[in-house]
Design a protein around this ligand. Structure first.
Ligand code: FAD
Length: 438
């Protein structure tokens, strides 16, 4: 880095050492940029950390890694191991007296729960997925799209359940059908050995090896100016000079940091993003009353149950298994954490009666932020804000709400890579005297 009156000038300061910040930092440092990665937390990792509970690695709620995330992870030197979980063995519908009714997946196609015509609708929907031209569906909601294709409410319920599973999003009237179908077309997912902390630890190692400086417990308060002279102020009063900034802090937090503020149009694009949230009950258990019941998904209910130890090594003690139970929270209905916890425990009572006797330790996480933005049916994936912030040379954003590619971690990885590549390409032009910041 260049020294200016004893003050270093960084090529890039990155706000946030989650998956996006760590990934961007590796690309940049490997390309010869001086990079400072700041996080307000005590450790890197953001929402991808796992905590040690009863000698097991427990993610913050159920996390599954789409295999389509592997190429970027491999590029930055991270190769997770783990297994593909078996599909949900049971779907849960509304039964008599508003109680639950469990239907084994095989029975859905072979039994009498669905009529012949309904089975055909379900098979037709899934067999045609790969051929769907999603480019014409960015502005169509999933609900509208499904209503034109699938007349049976029961089959629509099954599809909504599987959509929630792969997107975490319970807003069929708001989410873009194009984005959802792209997500459903993705390959399988992996439960990762050692939990998502494996990703965080390896990314951190790779960043350090590439020469990235990482400072935790560093709260960024303000980002001032534009390329080539930007200033990042921290809560402790220190100020850092840099040519570029990448903020991975999320749309609303990023807006609050910027001086001057963004244009009203850009502010609007950030503010209209609707967060995706989930209520999570994380358990470490010894066995379960119904050991063969590994994966259950609500069709009429936005509920999820999965034993992650069935597909990943998460504890040195094989007797301790990690089970995640989750409620996908609706974007439009306000949820009450106490009721959500009660509902999750009631769901467990139905799937695994007497589960309480098997619990070693449990933790309830209400209203967890899964993603900063639903991919909305007004613009779809191409309509999301891009990594380069318009009108602010030198300023970039990355995260699960940025860029035209993917959802969840795939979006964080793709936007981080894109932001880094834009900066690297700009520096090349700069050397030729052609670059003006974005
Ligand atoms: C319950 C749950 C389940 C999930 N399941 C899946 C799944 O199955 N599959 C999947 O792909 N994804 C899943 N996700 C989403 C995935 O965890 C995130 O998309 C991903 O971790 C986001 O990484 P990020 O770096 O973009 O953001 P973050 O992890 O949020 O990182 C941003 C970082 O910025 C820091 N920061 C913010 N403001 C400041 C500031 N002012 N100063 C300094 N630092 C700051 C924060 O401390 C944080 O570390 C799940 C998330 C949750 C919560």
């Amino acid at each position: 880095m260049i020294q200016n009156h004893n003050k270093p000038i960084w090529d890039v300061v990155i706000v946030g050492a989650g998956i996006a910040g760590l990934t961007a930092s590796i690309y940049l440092a490997r390309a010869g940029q001086t990079v400072l990665l700041l996080d307000k937390g005590k450790h890197p990792g953001g929402r991808a950390i796992s905590t040690e509970i009863a000698a097991a690695r427990v993610n913050l709620g159920a996390h599954a890694l789409s295999k389509s995330a592997l190429p970027i992870l491999k590029e930055v030197g991270v190769t997770p191991t783990g297994s593909v979980p078996k599909p949900p063995g049971t779907l849960v519908f509304e039964g008599t007296n508003s109680g639950y009714r469990a239907i084994p997946l095989a029975q859905l196609l072979l039994g009498s729960f669905l009529k012949w015509g309904e089975k055909c609708q379900l098979l037709r929907f899934y067999s045609s997925l790969r051929k769907v031209d999603t480019s014409v569906l960015h502005n169509v909601s999933l609900q509208t799209y499904l209503e034109t294709l699938v007349s049976s409410p029961r089959v629509r319920s099954v599809v909504f359940g599987l959509v929630r599973l792969s997107t975490y999003c319970d807003a069929p009237d708001q989410v873009s059908a194009g984005a959802v179908i792209e997500q459903l077309k993705q390959d399988q997912v992996l439960y990762i050995d050692g939990g998502w902390q494996f990703l965080v630890s390896r990314l951190t190692e790779q960043a350090q090896q590439a020469g990235v400086s990482i400072r935790t417990s560093s709260v960024v308060r303000e980002i001032v100016g534009g390329y080539p002279q930007m200033m990042v102020s921290l809560k402790d009063g220190s100020q850092l000079t840099t040519r570029h900034v990448i903020s991975t802090a999320g749309p609303m937090d990023t807006l609050a940091l910027l001086n001057p503020a963004l244009t009203p149009m850009e502010v609007e694009a950030y503010k209209k993003l609707t967060p995706v949230r989930a209520a999570c009950l994380d358990l470490v258990v010894t066995g379960m009353p119904q050991p063969k019941t590994k994966f259950v998904l609500g069709a009429d209910y936005p509920l999820y149950y999965s034993n992650h130890s069935a597909a990943a090594s998460l504890s040195e003690n094989p007797a301790n298994e990690v089970v995640h139970v989750m409620k996908y929270l609706s974007a439009s209905i306000h949820s009450d954490p106490t009721q959500d916890e009660h509902e999750l425990k009631g769901f467990l009572d139905f799937i695994q009666p007497a589960w309480r006797e098997h619990v070693v330790q449990q933790r309830f996480l209400p209203r967890m932020l899964v993603s900063h933005g639903i991919v909305a049916a007004n613009g779809g994936l191409p309509g999301r804000p891009g990594p380069a912030v318009k009108g602010r040379p030198g300023l970039y954003v990355a995260g699960d709400w940025v860029g035209a590619e993917g959802m969840l971690i795939n979006a964080s990885l793709a936007s981080a890579k894109e932001a880094a590549q834009m900066i690297i390409a700009g520096r090349e032009k700069d050397k030729e005297g052609m670059y003006h910041g974005a």
